[in-house]
Design a protein around this ligand. Sequence first.
Ligand code: SF4
Length: 474
Amino acid sequence: MCGILGYCARAWDPGLEKFFGLQGFNLQHRGQENFGATYSNGKKFSHFKDRGLVSQVFTKERREHFSETRPLIAIAQTRYATAGGTDAISAQPHWMTLLDGFYSNATNGDLPLLQREIQDLENSGTVMLSGNDGEVILKKILHGARENGGNLVAGIRRLMETTPGAYSGCLMTLTELYLYRDPHGFRPLYFGRWRDAVVFSSESCAFHETDAHIEREVYPGEVIRFDIDGNRTHTQAVPTHTPRQQCIFEPIYFARPDSRVFADTKEVGHFRYLLGSQLADEHPMRDAAVVPVPDSGRYAANGYAGRSGLPLRELLVRNPYIPRTFQIAGQANREDLVRLKFTVMHSLLRQYRRFVVVDDSLVRSTTLRILIAMIRDAAGEAGIDRRTVEVHVRIASPPIIGCCYYGIDTPEQKELAAANVTLDEIAKSIDADSLAYLSLAGLDAVAAEFASPEQFCHACFTGRYPTEYLPRTR
Ligand code: SF4
């Protein structure tokens, strides 16, 4: 998963440097492995990309250079790797200088037939540098454009007609910006206006703390072209797939709670709150304290507590400076990080004996297994008989039984807890007194408040994938 962002303006505004950086900070949650940007003042382009956070890569020197060149178009990406490495070559944006011009592209999402697409490109004599979806997409667009007299809209249409997958993208030349979104609409993409500039972003939260106005999402199958003379054209390059396949995992897990994705008025945090309420209806508990897994389970736990009338207690404290474990490779590394990341409040263990621990999802079960062990260990340290402490786990989404081929970095099938053993076996393996998940019908009931449920992809919960795919090697 990644975040893309940027702008296209008719005239340089010194505030754009700060605005651009702020957009990057506000999309940092979508990827912490790389940050990169390409920008053009209409005559000359510049670019950088590297490992690290926005604050580490968009350095003072780079910010000064950015402002000095007075760019009228800029695109950027915050990345975590689902294909290719984390080196700078695999980072985005990718760029190419050809005889007929300069092109740079960044995307959010994955191609489920990536290996086949790479093979096809290589068979046609194209040199691949990274093995990354974004590079494949750029090269396929340029091939398609070349077959159509250099028309980039036609190139993007050709991509959409021939390449199944999840890709919300931005493509720039020295003077133009193109926004596009795959016909299924797996990943979100919004655009709007900040002062005199057109601005865009994967999530609405990128516009927070600015006075930017969001106009709307880019429609699935649509291409929007902007240029530095202020022109704008909309092309529905291919029809929007019916129904759309918006990733339900975005509002469950990935997007920022203060963002709007796939809904015009309601925020993701509200979606998660409703999931928790529904979970309390489906799997109630009595005489217990509701404990959020911070921060992922916080909104759902609020919903669970609100609906059940049980007290909400922050038994688990999270160190915010440890990165998201979901995105860390290697099991031992991941387990160490979970232990580093959380501590347990002893005073609450003395006050309560039954806890309902709520999280948004359960992928490998690593985090919950370690948290429950930590809670039981902390009870022992607090002088409480650990066998008298009950930990009941409630998950605010259905069991994940399949990998994602559309940009969420779920692990291989063999590592997915619910794909391989029964719920009772998972409960036993994590030492929970009980374990229950939200039903698929319950998820759909909540999703219906945002969009019609069939407009969401549920493939990782059902195993029914909306496109062809090839298993990925990691
Ligand atoms: Fe989202 Fe799951 Fe579909 Fe992937 S398979 S796009 S994570 S709902």
